[in-house]
Write a protein that binds this ligand. Structure first.
Ligand code: NOJ
Length: 507
């Protein structure tokens, strides 16, 4: 029977992963406690206060599992351990305890599509069926990296060929095989038992492939997004639910339309959220952004929930793609859209891609520039390491670092802190509806609940916007603007974004 108390209970139980931002840590490049030039788990623990001061809700750790590091940890040799480079399981337990003590949730990366070729399953004759093997390549599927090639390689030990959607050193698991599904569910339970709050699922749309291994066709891929993915995700969700209602799964999904992606989240039974890269890839224009955002919110409907992501370890940095001024406007959008913001480490400092000399290139796919170490302080090693860093430190690090920015109210770090502080203080930013306003050329504007308004000038020239009648107070601005504004003729500076509160009398 419906009772008022139930309605209130729903209102106060917005799950943690909808409330605040999730911060991605790429552990190799975050903080090195050991002096070997590679970041590690004790290094992350030592920087948790940065995350608390920033005001995020959770951290997501990119892979730290034992790995030959051909793809820097996305080639897992043991799903239930910690690579010696990053520390030990005890270090992981200490990190999760320290995070939880500070009210931070912890999400780990789960890489279920493929293992490393050094995973013991791959050379175990009793587990040949764990992988997709044939005598000869049955199709012309290609690998996914930029320098692509055939997705089949010969196993020198066995003489047959095996499928790999990425590097030959990353053989795909055979998800059609119930034993594989069970073994992988067990790895989820391993981390859930240790207290993790959720998973980011690597290339989740590749867990379903045509079991007949048919050729890709125009308009229909057979090597991904096969209908079998959906029962598999429901089963993964059921494993999470063995551990309560609040364990979260966010999946990485690259498909050609947002409606294809929505099928993974909108029903409320599969993923809680999807990283959809349409916004990251959109051209910087009010019209393009509005189209992507409106379509995604519409597709998700009442039961789905958006994740917003403008950067990660696979893409050129936001401030490099957009430039520093627009990156500030993008930060305002990211934190105020209805949904959960994901922040890639260093984007809160407005970091740029770091130029990598040819003799320092280490990644197979050109992703080193966005993975350069975080500059914490000025000086040699930038507070990241006392040793030789695995990738070059940003040449701007003496000027652009976390310590300098913490003391500068005009810095990107201060802007992010104000935005996340506002989100924490304003229920409308966390759960309020989002409504579009017709503000005028080049201006994207929307309301969050009855009081709050957001306006972003996508032009690098001044624009005048119309957000309604009456007055409003500036709550957060990309520049140093404070005080009141007129909503019927709001002058916006080039690249300016504002979060406003309508005057009470005029709501
Ligand atoms: C997506 C990850 O984000 C990327 O870094 C990795 O190379 C591929 N998946 C393969 O695991």
């Amino acid at each position: 029977m419906y009772r008022l108390a139930d309605a209130r209970a729903v209102a106060v139980t917005q799950p943690w992963w909808q409330r605040g931002a999730i911060y991605q840590i790429y552990p190799r490049s975050f903080a090195d406690s050991g002096g070997d030039g590679v970041g590690d788990l004790p290094g992350v623990l030592g920087k948790l206060d940065h995350l608390v001061d920033l005001g995020v809700q959770a951290l997501w750790l990119s892979p730290f599992y034992p790995s030959p590091m051909k793809d820097f940890g996305y080639d897992v040799a043991d799903y239930c351990g910690v690579d010696g480079l990053f520390g030990t399981l005890d270090d992981f337990d200490a990190l999760i305890a320290a995070a939880h003590a500070r009210g931070l949730k912890l999400v780990v990366d789960w890489v279920p599509n493929h293992t490393s070729d050094q995973h013991p399953w791959f050379s175990d004759p009793g587990r040949a069926h764990f992988y997709v093997r044939r005598e000869e390549p049955p199709n012309h599927w290609r690998t996914q990296f930029t320098h692509d090639g055939p997705a089949w390689s010969r196993d020198p030990g066995r003489g047959d060929v095996y499928l790999h959607s990425f590097l030959p050193a990353q053989p795909d698991l055979n998800w059609d095989e119930p034993e594989v599904r069970e073994a992988m569910h067990a790895t989820l339970r391993f981390w859930l038992d240790r207290g993790v709050d959720g998973f980011r699922i690597d290339v989740v749309y590749r867990l379903g492939k045509d079991p007949a291994l048919g050729e890709n066709e125009p308009g229909r891929r057979h090597d991904q997004d096969w209908p079998s993915i959906h029962p598999r995700l429901r089963a993964i969700r059921a494993v999470l639910e063995e551990f309560g209602e609040e364990k979260m799964a966010v999946g990485e999904i690259y498909l050609s339309t947002q409606s294809d992606i929505a099928r993974y989240v909108a029903g409320g039974q599969e993923l809680h959220m999807a990283h959809n890269f349409f916004l990251l890839e959109a051209q910087w224009s009010a019209a393009a952004y509005r189209e992507v955002i409106a379509e995604w919110l519409e597709l998700l409907g009442e039961r789905g929930w958006a994740a917003w992501c403008l950067g990660n370890h696979d893409h050129s940095r936001l401030a490099t793609r957009l430039g520093p001024a627009r990156a500030r406007a993008a930060a305002v959008l990211l934190v105020t859209l209805r949904g959960t913001p994901f922040i890639f480490q260093g984007d809160e400092l407005g970091l740029q891609d770091v130029p990598i000399p040819p003799d320092r290139v280490v990644d197979v796919d050109g992703r080193d520039p966005e993975r350069a170490p975080i500059p914490w302080t000025a000086g040699l090693g930038a507070g990241f390491t006392t040793g030789e860093p695995w990738l070059p430190i940003d040449p701007e690090a003496d000027r652009v670092n976390a310590a300098v920015q913490a003391d500068d109210p005009g810095s990107m770090l201060s802007l992010y802190r104000r935005l996340l502080g506002l989100r924490a203080a304003e229920p409308a930013l966390r759960e309020g509806p989002q409504g579009w306003l017709q503000a005028g050329e080049d201006v994207l504007a929307f309301s969050r609940g009855p009081e709050l308004l957001v306006a972003v000038n996508f032009a690098s020239e001044p624009r005048t916007a119309r957000l309604g009648n009456g007055h409003a107070e500036v709550l957060v601005a990309t520049g140093d603007r404070t005080g009141g504004v007129d909503l019927d003729a709001l002058s916006l500076a080039p690249d300016e974004a504002l979060v406003l509160r309508r005057d009470e009398r005029e709501r």
